[in-house]
Design a protein around this ligand. Structure first.
Ligand SMILES: *Cc1c(COP(=O)(O)O)cnc(C)c1O
Length: 474
């Protein structure tokens, strides 16, 4: 094999040299997949060493690709929380499907530009097809689905606020918030994902405009409290415009009462957005789909593909049935952008990004090859493993403190309910390298949180987690 050229020549290697580079890359990827389960989930990190090695690259001299790849892989192995580990029971970060990784690679290599449809008809049509499929499973009429792939849930939620403001006040787009007859306020539960605060900051609504509605003991948004808050805000001269339901909260997997919220929003003239960044995946399983009943009544929905749909980051989706509203929100024309093609939508006019990568390909490949039913089996399997985890924890003296159809298990030590104790337990488990879990607080109550999110997790991994938390408790 030819060595990979260094310096400027590395931009255009010969075919044999490129093949050799890919052989090395594939070897790294497959070695990682084979070996990660044998390593500590969260290795201790030597920051000094990390900075010395990385700082050693001053880019003054070109370096052989083989050396650089080897050094990068070594640091990724030793200084990363291994979210691809079968005992990563953590936040909603999945082990990506191999086809997702291939999709990411092909998207990078072909590098289609998804700003204008005319530059990337294939990529744009693949994505539109996927959005119709997802929207259809969520209960929207598939042919009416509009939306966009996003960097993640935060961008999709940001889109929801922009569309809601644009629809609620046609003058908002040109005149801004100052053109409105008062201060717009929005509502989400105290258990919602607090990206809402960043979004309120960025849109100019201001963080105080996000009203956090208390939850009941079930950690679901309390709709009667919401109704009272809307009335009080109106009486105080504010302008309620949007309620957010979370379908699968980050801490506890709770699903807000979607039908009740939709009823209230209809009666009060509020828009409803459902943040199903994590839980939306359940739409692919006939068994889990009922947990999302009512989601189809929302004005818009967020689903992340890089969570429970197991594709590499970043891949989110914003879905609605208001193509005209979306086009109004992101409308712009320039002299240099290619003209639009009749009967197509330019992605840069349905989302905030302009130049955009082919986000949907990794999901398309994963879904086309696993099939919807392959995904459903995996989702159902994760839910069954969580049932096993709940049962084993309860048997060994833990109290399960959340109620969710999804595989998010929150559990507390009835012997010592303090935050310090639960923090220490999580730290002991993580530092022991046997599993990754996190401490959490649910409506002020300290607990531990374990989410089955890797498709590589087995019942043996669940048993090992149970042993690890029991050993930590002593
Ligand atoms: C993860 C998450 C978000 C944020 O999504 P990102 O993809 O991390 O930007 C928002 N809402 C919920 C419910 C989430 O779980």
């Amino acid at each position: 094999m030819e060595p990979f050229p260094v310096g400027r020549a590395s931009f255009g290697p010969s075919r044999p040299a490129a093949d050799e580079l890919w052989r090395r890359a594939v070897e790294l990827i497959e070695d990682e997949r084979a070996d990660v389960a044998g390593r500590a989930v969260s290795p201790p990190v030597d920051v000094e060493h990390l900075r010395t090695v990385i700082g050693g690259y001053d880019f003054a001299r070109p370096a052989p690709a083989e050396d650089v790849l080897g050094a990068v892989a070594e640091l990724l192995r030793t200084a990363t929380v291994h979210t691809t580990h079968p005992r990563y029971f953590g936040l909603f970060n999945p082990t990506p499907t191999p086809l997702g990784v291939v999709g990411e690679t092909l998207a990078a290599a072909f590098n289609p530009q998804l700003a204008a449809w005319s530059h990337a008809p294939a990529a744009a049509e693949f994505e539109a097809h996927l959005l119709r499929f997802l929207g259809g499973r969520l209960g929207y009429p598939a042919e009416a689905v509009a939306g966009s792939f996003t960097s993640g849930g935060t961008e999709a939620n940001h889109t929801a606020v922009l569309l809601a403001l644009t629809r609620a006040w046609p003058r908002y787009g040109t005149g801004g918030l100052r053109a409105l007859p008062g201060r717009p306020v929005m509502y989400a539960s105290a258990e919602s994902h607090l990206a809402w605060l960043k979004i309120a900051h960025a849109t100019g609504l201001g963080r105080d405009a996000v009203r956090l509605v208390p939850t009941g003991p079930d950690l679901r948004l309390d709709v009667s409290r919401l109704a009272a808050m809307v009335a009080a805000d109106r009486a105080g001269g504010d302008l309620p415009f949007l309620a957010v339901a979370t379908a699968g909260t980050t801490a506890a997997g709770a699903v807000d009462p979607l039908h009740d919220l939709a009823d209230l929003c209809r009666d009060q003239g509020l828009r409803l957005h459902v943040d199903a960044a994590y839980g939306g995946a359940a739409a692919l399983s006939d068994r889990l789909r009922p947990a999302l009943a009512g989601i189809e009544r929302a004005d818009s929905i967020t689903v992340d593909a890089h969570k429970w749909l197991s594709v590499p980051m970043g891949a989110g989706a914003f879905l609605c049935t208001d193509a005209a509203g979306l086009a109004e929100t992101f409308r712009v024309t320039t002299s240099y952008m290619p003209a639009d093609v009749p009967d197509t939508v330019d992605p840069y006019t349905s989302g905030m990004q302009w130049s955009r990568r082919f986000i949907g390909l990794k999901l398309f490949l994963s879904l086309a090859v696993a099939g919807r039913t392959g995904y459903a089996e995996q989702l159902d399997h994760d839910a069954e493993l969580a049932d096993l985890l709940r049962a084993r924890l309860a048997e060994t003296g833990w109290e399960i403190v959340n109620d969710t159809p999804f595989p998010v298990v929150c559990f507390a030590d009835p012997g010592d309910g303090t935050r310090a104790h639960h923090d220490a337990l999580a730290r002991t488990v993580v530092e022991g390298g046997r599993a990754w879990i996190s401490p959490v607080e649910l409506a002020g109550r300290p607990a531990l949180r374990a989410c089955v999110i890797s498709h590589r997790t087995t019942s043996a991994d669940v048993e090992e987690l149970v042993r690890a938390v029991n050993d930590a408790r002593g």
